[in-house]
Design a protein around this ligand. Structure first.
Ligand SMILES: Cc1cc2nc3c(=O)[nH]c(=O)nc-3n(C[C@H](O)[C@H](O)[C@H](O)COP(=O)(O)OP(=O)(O)OC[C@H]3O[C@@H](n4cnc5c(N)ncnc54)[C@H](O)[C@@H]3O)c2cc1C
Length: 319
């Protein structure tokens, strides 16, 4: 039941659902309001833990580390679509060790025998892989089991939410309109989902700033193949030609993927800005707003850390 202590979370993607769970677990009543549940971009993610396309590093480090601990625990418990999986990130040129490697105790340089043909450097590590349809379903159930309310509708403006002690803006790309944020831009991404021909390890190529990515993530019976990163493009329709090229690029690294049966296509728009925005603000009507958006290509990776920060801001009096 809604009370004037209720926190309204706008957004039903990984950010909104995780924030809702964390606030409910802190003892606060929560109503989640969203157009689409689960959020389309969250559903499209691969998803591998890894701080990709996000800044600033000091905060990203803290948020990623918090999520890493929780994903490890979820992988151990089972049932949430999270697994710890080993694999290789490789490049066709020499690459430096990434800054986030210090967060992964078993991160090491890959032997040349572990690199596909044509690759000259790479690293092996063990990370959480998240099967997003299963995981978002798990988060939704956890939210409802904790007593969270869900309302499916479009919010035109944050100040229309008047029956709440605070509004948390987890609207992904929707925040461009709701927070009038011109710094937020989409980076379109596409994945192809295939039946798993027996792949047990992830692979990811360091392609720098190229819009053509190469990665594959096994999730038991399926493998998610990627991908694309097209800056400024928010079109969410499937691109058949791009899907064909994704399969070809992945099959060049792992030939078993060439004839794997295609099960589906997923497209999303990474909500990207120069810095992830987790901060307290006020909407035009004067009510408190906590923003939690702009997670770029790492919204899953940052989800638990950012949700905890929202919870801290609310506990510190922004409600
Ligand atoms: C192809 C691809 C691969 C990716 N891979 C990874 C990965 O491996 N690891 C990783 O960590 N991240 C990955 N990401 C990034 C990650 O998916 C995003 O950062 C994350 O999903 C953003 O989540 P969100 O909840 O903020 O937004 P969304 O999932 O977009 O959810 C936004 C929510 O807000 C709602 N909404 C918006 N506007 C309104 C409104 N006006 N009224 C009501 N509701 C509204 C929407 O309906 C939706 O429910 C990937 C993304 C893509 C596209």
């Amino acid at each position: 039941m809604t009370t004037n202590e209720t926190i309204v979370v706008v957004g039903g993607g990984v950010s909104g659902l995780t924030t809702g769970v964390v606030l409910l677990e802190a003892g606060l009543p929560v109503r989640l309001v969203a157009e689409e549940i689960p959020g389309r971009t969250s559903l499209a993610a691969g998803a591998m833990w890894g701080p990709y396309l996000v800044e600033p590093w000091a905060k990203v480090r803290e948020w990623s580390l918090a999520s890493l601990g929780i994903f490890r625990q979820l992988a151990e418990e089972g049932g949430a679509g999270v697994r710890m999986v080993s694999g290789v990130e490789a490049a066709r040129h020499h690459v430096e060790i990434p800054s986030w490697s210090e967060l992964l105790p078993d991160f090491r340089e890959a032997d040349s025998s572990e690199l596909p043909d044509g690759f000259v450097s790479g690293h092996r590590f063990n990370v959480p892989l998240v099967d997003m349809p299963v995981y978002l379903d798990y988060l939704g159930r956890r939210f409802c089991d904790l007593g969270g309310e869900v309302e499916q509708r479009t919010v035109r403006s944050l100040d229309e939410v008047t029956d709440a002690s605070a509004v948390v803006n987890c609207a992904g790309m929707g925040a461009a309109g709701l927070a009038e944020d011109t710094a937020l831009r989409p980076i379109r991404g596409q994945h192809v989902v295939v039946e798993n021909p027996g792949i047990t390890e992830f692979f990811s190529e360091d392609t720098g700033l190229s819009p053509d990515l190469v990665c594959f993530y096994p999730h038991g019976d399926t493998v998610v193949l990627g991908g694309t990163a097209i800056d400024g493009d928010a079109d969410l329709s499937d691109d058949a030609a791009a899907a064909k090229r994704i399969i070809e690029r992945c099959a060049a690294v792992e030939p078993r993927l060439a004839d794997a049966r295609v099960i589906g296509h997923r497209v999303g728009a990474r909500p990207t800005r120069p810095r992830v925005r987790v901060e307290a603000d006020r909407h035009s009507g004067g009510g408190p707003v906590i923003h939690n958006y702009g997670h770029g290509g790492a919204g899953v990776t940052l989800s638990w850390g950012c949700a905890r920060e929202v919870s801290r801001l609310i506990a510190d009096g922004y409600r």
